[in-house]
Write a protein that binds this ligand. Structure first.
Ligand code: ADP
Ligand code: MG
Length: 243
């Protein structure tokens, strides 16, 4: 006799990120996140917006397992992040790409080496590196700059190197914490268009930003945080004015 297994239905289809009643308190001050419920499907593009101090970077750090939650449940790509063993964290992170506001490039290495470095960490062969690095540099529009050092590049170019480094290992999820915070409007748009293109190729993309014009123009899902609480989560959303 066949016994039907009872399965708990996932909250959303193809869920890749699940935060259920997540709170995060640092040792000092008010909780940075309070009872956050957030479900993201594979292949989504999501903006996270909110005032400074609203908990955006804390959320990103929880997704990276750079921080642990204080209470609730968090699952990213099938990994229960409150239970994950320390030795499994590197393997988990291999599937994540991350980009920061301040680029964080190796200053004494050229563009090629900055990107190749990410591949060396996961022990790709030189042969693969020689194939993958030029192809990803071409995607971000830096094919001609592979020998340049970061200081010889504009901010927009440096961020494209950081993006290439985040992408070269073909992450499942790309997290970007204010990637255009140090860029002028033209370069900001170029980075956002690249993020959109990456998403169209199947990567789940989560972008923290303050750029109201871009958020309003791009018509993506927008999650708004205020003082650690999600106050709105809308498909094809816009930037909510505080005050
Ligand atoms: P955002 O990225 O939206 O500006 P953060 O997530 O960085 O916000 O910060 C949320 C809140 O948590 C703020 O009140 C901030 O001061 C506090 N906070 C962030 N990091 C720490 C820390 N390491 N220790 C104590 N408080 C922190
Ligand atoms: Mg922040």
């Amino acid at each position: 006799m066949a016994v039907k297994k009872k399965r708990k239905a996932p909250a959303v289809e193809n869920e890749i990120i699940n935060l259920t009643n997540v709170s995060k308190a640092y040792s000092t001050g008010a909780p940075a996140l309070k009872d956050v419920n957030l479900h993201i499907s594979r292949g989504e593009f999501v903006f996270i917006v909110g005032d400074s101090g609203s908990g955006k970077s804390t959320l990103i750090k929880l997704l990276l397992r750079e921080l642990t939650i204080t209470s609730g449940y968090i699952n990213v790509m099938g990994y229960d992040l409150s239970k994950i063993k320390h030795r499994k964290i590197p393997k988990f992170r291999r599937n994540l790409g991350i980009v920061f506001q301040d680029f964080r490039l190796l200053k004494d290495r050229n563009v090629y080496e900055n990107v190749a470095f990410a591949q060396r960490i996961i022990q790709k062969s030189n042969k693969e590196i020689k194939k993958n690095v030029p192809s990803i540099l071409a995607i971000v529009g830096l094919a001609g700059k592979y020998k340049a050092k970061p200081r010889q590049l504009s901010g927009g170019e440096q961020q494209r190197v950081a993006l290439a480094r985040a992408l070269v290992n073909q992450p499942t999820i790309l997290l970007a914490d204010e990637p255009t915070g140090n860029l002028d409007p033209k370069n900001s748009w170029e980075i956002m268009k690249l993020l959109e293109q990456i998403n169209e190729n199947g990567t789940t993309v989560i972008v923290v930003t303050h750029n109201r014009e871009i958020v309003n123009a791009m018509q993506k899902r927008v999650v708004t945080l205020r003082r650690g609480v999600i106050i709105s989560d809308e498909e094809k959303g816009g930037y909510i004015d505080e005050d």
